[in-house]
Design a protein around this ligand. Structure first.
Ligand code: M6R
Length: 610
């Protein structure tokens, strides 16, 4: 949720930290701050409410030059967004800390520290950690030991970076439940919540493991694991190119990411399918053995990734004939479940750091699922490291808070996985070839939909002054409708609800009038005639319909019924193609309404707290 970045170098680190924060802003953007050590006896600190630009202005007026520093962009959990609650937090004037995560026992520690005379200036859980480390430091330790002792008292999830003016040549960092990566430079080293923050300065990264604590100097990185053993963490290279995290010619990251879909869907299928078959080995060396024995699939995810799981359930039960359950992670983790024998536990996550999804995975591993498979977009993420089998989507960095290309690449990976599973469950070669050929057509078909952008922009004007909307779909298009509704609500702040179209008359029809636009996805499939009857139900109540339909579905435009023709696509791959016009529609409504498209209010990209 929050973003942290740190640097130790021979050069001035202020610019590196600021650029790192700009790149981490998608993780939280209600306040930002920086602390630098520059030879003075005390830490130099700046904090501002609002976006990183506000901090940049403050720093340009009063520069914070120095060779060692930490910085933070916040998504408030404890205490309102304000300057006093912004990080870095300090204990005295020499120790500064930035934190991502939640300290669950902070109240109890706060009371204890208050009783010992520590004074608090913020409502945050982080300040408690600062004082805890400060107390240990005063007791005669060095910074490393002070941090190590302090984290033994913390319950919750955290990534921390700490500096002390008395020790101006290093920073101490640790992770427990929140991501932290070390960027390896030459004569300089860095840390951040996400490697994207550091791409201007390095492409070599070490991913810290849970429980690691690291001492970062400009020419040395020392890591110890939870047991206190010195450990090496391998260095991996960032493969997407440093400019993959830039907006380029696009007005917003979200639009860039929508337009990248043909390319990244192709990248996700590459090496995993031939012209007619899925290459099972490409899903992992153990995939064949694993899939042979799967009798049930349990999918867990949140938000958009959950919608991908909902689509996959239709595919898995239809093509593989294997029972499949899908649940949001925050519900799954807090209830008792009955585990069917030989159940594959499948987590879907763009970031691989979503706290609820990770917690569900950790529970599942203890509970006796057959194996854990992750569909994930971020190499080296916690989800990837903790799963038995991994299928990486190849979406590249997704910066816009509203997930777009992550969703369509998740669906591509899930369909390929489904075909591999189905082959073990009687799918014949002819049907497999038919669907694999349809997968190959996806990049071109998504391009065709992108060509409708101008018309969709025109259509979006009808939503500008509306407060509510309904999204309808049937079968595997129902989750597509859910995804469309989520996109509209999160970036345009218009209330949007999705319903399976057949459910309309069981309640939501009462809402329909001319002020309630109804968006519908209508590919040509077995359900299209039933869907058309549902549309009539809406029209009869004066509702205005916006239908994305296959030509062959024969939905005719009429008064109050706007139809946009979508090129004909295979029934199985249709959810991927029909998602794209809904993304564009939401995008244009948000632009017209003037909202902050890439960083919508109250949200953050990566939800690493519960
Ligand atoms: O990184 P994850 O896929 O685990 O994230 C899950 C959700 O937080 C995410 O999809 C969220 O719903 C997006 N903002 C939707 O656009």
């Amino acid at each position: 949720m929050c973003g942290i970045v740190g640097a130790v170098s021979e050069r001035d680190v202020q610019g590196i930290l600021l650029e790192g924060l700009r790149r981490l802003e998608y993780r939280g953007y209600d306040s930002a701050g920086m602390a630098v050590i520059n030879g003075k006896p005390e830490v130099q600190r700046a904090r501002e409410v609002g976006k990183v630009a506000a901090l940049a202005d403050a720093i340009s007026a009063n520069p914070l030059a120095g060779h060692l520093g930490i910085a933070h962009t916040r998504w408030a959990t404890h205490g309102e967004p304000s300057q006093v609650n912004a990080h870095p937090h300090m204990s005295g004037d020499r120790l500064a800390i930035v934190h991502n995560g939640i300290i669950e026992n902070y109240q109890e520690l706060r009371e204890e520290l208050k009783a010992e005379g520590f004074e608090f200036t913020s409502q945050t859980d982080t300040e408690v950690v600062a004082h805890l480390i400060g107390k240990n430091y005063k007791a005669g330790g060095n910074l490393y030991n002070a941090v190590k002792t302090a984290i033994g008292r913390l319950r919750g999830a955290f990534a921390l970076a700490v500096v002390h003016a008395n020790e101006p040549d290093h920073l101490v960092v640790c992770r427990e439940g929140s991501p932290l990566v070390v960027g390896v430079g030459i004569g300089e080293n860095f840390i951040a919540s996400d490697q994207l923050a550091l791409l201007p300065v390095t492409d070599r990264f070490m991913f810290l493991e849970e429980g690691d604590i690291a001492d970062i100097r400009k020419d040395k990185i020392e890591i110890h694991d939870r047991e206190g053993q010195a450990v090496e963490r391998s260095i991996s290279r960032f493969e997407h190119g440093a400019d993959s995290a830039d907006k380029g010619e696009y007005r917003h990251y979200m639009l860039k990411e929508i337009y990248e879909q043909p390319k990244v869907i192709k990248a996700t299928m590459e090496g995993r399918i031939t012209a007619t078959r899925v290459l099972e080995q490409a899903l992992g060396t153990d995939a064949e053995n694993l899939l042979e024995n799967v009798r049930h699939v349990q999918i867990i995810a949140c938000g958009t990734s959950y919608h991908a799981g909902m689509v996959a359930r239709y595919w898995i039960e239809d093509l593989a004939g294997v029972p499949c359950s899908v649940e949001v992670a925050s519900e799954f983790r807090y209830r008792k479940h009955v585990i069917q024998p030989d159940t594959l536990f499948l987590c879907i996550s763009q970031s691989g750091e979503t706290a609820d999804t990770l917690a569900a995975l950790r529970q599942a591993k203890k509970a006796g699922f057959r194996a854990a498979l992750a569909i994930c977009n971020v190499p080296g993420s916690s989800l990837v490291r903790e799963s038995d089998l991994v299928i990486m989507t190849q979406a590249g960095p997704e910066i816009g808070v509203a997930s777009t290309k992550a969703f369509t690449t998740q669906l591509t990976a899930l369909l390929i996985f489904t075909l591999a599973l189905a082959r073990h469950n009687g799918l014949n070669a002819e049907r497999e070839a038919d669907i694999v050929k349809a997968i190959h057509l996806l990049p071109g078909q998504v391009n065709d939909v992108l060509a409708l952008d101008g018309e969709i922009e025109e259509m979006s004007k009808a939503f500008m002054d509306k407060n509510h909307s309904l999204f309808l779909g049937r079968g595997s298009q129902y989750p597509v409708a859910m995804e469309g509704a989520l996109k509209l609500k999160e970036i345009s702040y218009i209330h949007a609800e999705a319903y399976p179209a057949g459910e309309l008359k069981h309640g939501p029809l009462a809402l329909v009038d001319s002020e309630m636009p109804v968006v519908t996805v209508a590919p040509n499939n077995d359900l299209v005639e039933k869907l058309k009857s549902n549309l009539e139900e809406v029209r009869a109540r004066g509702g205005e319909l916006f239908v994305f339909a296959d030509k062959a579905a024969d939905v005719k435009p009429e008064e109050g019924l706007h139809v946009m023709q979508i090129p004909s696509v295979h029934e199985i791959t249709a959810p991927i193609v029909y998602t794209v016009p809904l993304q564009l529609l939401s995008y244009h409504v948000a632009v017209l309404k003037g909202t902050d498209v890439d960083q919508p209010r109250n949200l953050a990209k990566s939800v690493t707290v519960e």
